[in-house]
Design a protein around this ligand. Structure first.
Ligand SMILES: Cc1cc2nc3c(=O)[nH]c(=O)nc-3n(C[C@H](O)[C@H](O)[C@H](O)COP(=O)(O)OP(=O)(O)OC[C@H]3O[C@@H](n4cnc5c(N)ncnc54)[C@H](O)[C@@H]3O)c2cc1C
Length: 97
């Protein structure tokens, strides 16, 4: 059923918006909603090859990538939804996670 009230409204259902909503829900927020003008992942996210690379020179981005690897690894167990995440290359050697 469509919500008529939300404390937090996430605009855009790409990977950033979906992730924002997911993390808010994980923190126990139920007064949240997502608004997408076309359909989920219709923007850049639809075009993404799905690569989660580790080569970057920023420590902060490296930590973000490490968090993302751990998140994707546990997403199927958490949601019951297979996401097709495969660890290979750097991941397979356990350099970051
Ligand atoms: C060809 C290609 C390959 C890529 N490959 C990779 C890759 O392998 N790995 C990687 O990490 N990144 C990759 N990227 C980059 C990645 O796709 C983007 O960084 C990421 O998808 C951006 O996500 P987003 O949620 O910010 O934007 P988007 O996915 O564009 O989502 C924005 C959403 O907001 C909606 N929206 C906009 N305005 C409104 C409004 N006013 N009201 C409601 N909804 C609105 C849009 O319809 C859209 O669905 C690739 C990009 C391209 C183009």
């Amino acid at each position: 059923m469509l919500k008529t009230y939300a404390c937090v409204l996430v605009i855009g259902g790409g990977v950033v918006g979906a992730s924002t909503l997911y993390h808010l829900a994980k923190k126990g927020r139920s007064d949240v909603a997502l608004c997408e003008r076309t359909e989920l992942t219709a923007g850049s996210t639809w075009h993404a090859a799905g690569l989660l690379t580790l080569f970057n020179i920023s420590y902060a981005v490296g930590q973000l990538h490490k968090y993302s690897v751990d998140l994707y690894k546990g997403l199927e167990a958490d949601t019951g939804q297979a996401v097709g995440f495969h660890s290979n290359g750097q991941f397979a050697f356990g350099l970051q996670s």
